[in-house]
Design a protein around this ligand. Structure first.
Ligand code: NAG
Ligand code: NAG
Length: 373
């Protein structure tokens, strides 16, 4: 249980690292341009306090000491809808390992409006409780609906179309202004994945050229930990369907993806990809997949990527970061186990302060799955 807890926390950290990573990446880009005053420290402090708050929140929800008799008995009086549901469908064992959270989640009035506890579902999912039990209540809805089809996935997100009351930011424009690097400023997003600034970049046009010259078609892709879905948005303009897995850590990422007319999958990194074997042409792992994920979890993730990729499909590790020594000793051999063809393999120093301090490097790799094993 302690181990599971540690593992889940690590995975959580990895998810949170998504934001940190984009920040570092951005800050290094900012720093490489002349004297533009980099607003990094403020953002960094904000990010770090978000991580600290999340961890405090999670650890306070799961006491590390064995629960006292009182909490134990509170935890064993299961809500009636939980009892009913357990007869219908088995509940993942990790759900049962978190009875306090699970009971909180299932403690509601059936056929009424669900309680206002948005982060609770994610707290459970991030602890491995997935799929969550179904509930018989009405989930809350925002006061407005988007009034038109999003013909352009880079138009500003329509306000009042998502429930934001449990965030510090109450509007999408606030998210865009406060933390543009997290993917809410559509003016910034519009140019992502299009330009080549260093060898670590693989612009979408290049990706298509590579696929074309290999006579390989990219129709359908998965973007793992894809934030607000910008990779999917850029690919949509190329008539490619991309499904984005994303969690709502600190911001309404799922809502943003959906409002852009893209498909958000609310799935944590440790979940088996909800896609059949050999059906996708490309899997991209972005910010969320990095050295903060325990190596064994990463190995299972990579092999699940292999499972869903068709022969000849591509695996794109986009700005994966780790310590230089680990890339050589741990991650390169791990990636090697897939026995994919290395189409691109670019390593460069991570030049932000934490990268320098920890001797970290970025790897951008495009790997092609062999046609037959
Ligand atoms: C995408 O599809 C539309 C409609 O079929 C077509 O007009 C457009 O040229 C296509 N774009 C690309 C980049 O293939
Ligand atoms: C990368 O960083 C290492 C020290 O960590 C340094 O020795 C090396 O010269 C750097 N490489 C480049 C290309 O800057």
């Amino acid at each position: 249980m302690g181990f599971t807890m540690g593992l889940n926390l690590l995975l959580l950290l990895a998810m949170v690292a998504t934001n940190i990573f984009s920040l570092y990446h951005l800050s290094s880009t900012i720093q490489s341009k002349p004297p533009a005053a980099a607003p990094v420290p403020d953002h960094l402090i904000h990010q770090l306090s978000t991580i600290r708050a999340t961890i405090n929140h999670l650890t306070s929800l799961q006491p590390s000491a064995p629960p006292s008799k009182k909490t134990l008995s509170a935890a064993t009086t299961a809500p009636s809808d939980l009892l009913i549901y357990t007869h219908i469908s088995p509940i993942a064992s990790s759900c049962k390992d978190n009875p306090i959270l699970l009971h909180q989640y299932m403690n509601y009035t059936p056929f009424a409006v669900c309680p206002n506890e948005a982060p609770l579902a994610e707290d459970l999912i991030l602890r491995g409780c997935h799929p969550l039990p179904r509930r018989r209540c009405f989930s809350r809805t925002p006061s407005a609906a988007a009034s038109s089809l999003p013909t352009d996935p880079f138009s500003p997100l329509p306000e009042k179309t998502a429930l934001l009351n449990h965030y510090n930011c109450k509007t999408f424009s606030c998210f865009a202004g406060l933390k543009p690097e997290t993917g809410f400023d559509m003016k910034v997003e519009k140019s992502r994945f299009l330009t080549y600034r260093s060898d670590l970049d693989l612009p979408i046009s290049q990706l298509f050229q590579i696929a074309k010259s290999a006579k390989s078609v990219i129709r359908l892709a998965l973007d793992i930990g894809g934030g607000t879905g910008t990779f999917a948005a850029q690919m949509k303009l190329q008539n490619v369907t991309v499904v984005t897995t994303t969690m709502n850590l600190g911001a309404p990422y799922n809502e943003a993806v959906a409002l852009r007319g893209l498909v958000p999958l609310h799935a944590p990194l440790q979940q088996r990809l909800p896609v059949f074997d050999g059906v996708v042409d490309l899997v991209r792992c972005g910010h969320a997949v990095n050295r903060w994920i325990p190596v064994t979890s990463m190995e299972f993730l990579f092999f699940d990527v292999d499972r869903v990729l068709r022969g000849g499909g591509y695996f794109l590790l986009d700005h994966f970061f780790s310590k230089k020594v680990d890339l050589e000793k741990v991650f390169t051999p791990l990636i090697g186990k897939l026995a994919y063809r290395k189409v691109k393999w670019a390593v460069a120093n991570k030049t932000d302060s934490s990268g320098v301090k920890n001797g970290e490097v970025f790897l951008t790799a495009l790997l092609q799955k062999p046609l037959t094993k």
